[in-house]
Design a protein. Structure first.
Length: 27
């Protein structure tokens, strides 16, 4: 469970960073 949670956190973090970067580029 702990490993899965860590993986989810890392994935969410990367996804958030990608969205933020895309928003920054488009503005």
């Amino acid at each position: 469970i702990a490993a899965t949670t860590k993986l989810m956190v890392e994935y969410s973090s990367k996804l958030y960073g990608l969205v933020l970067f895309a928003w920054w580029e488009s503005s």
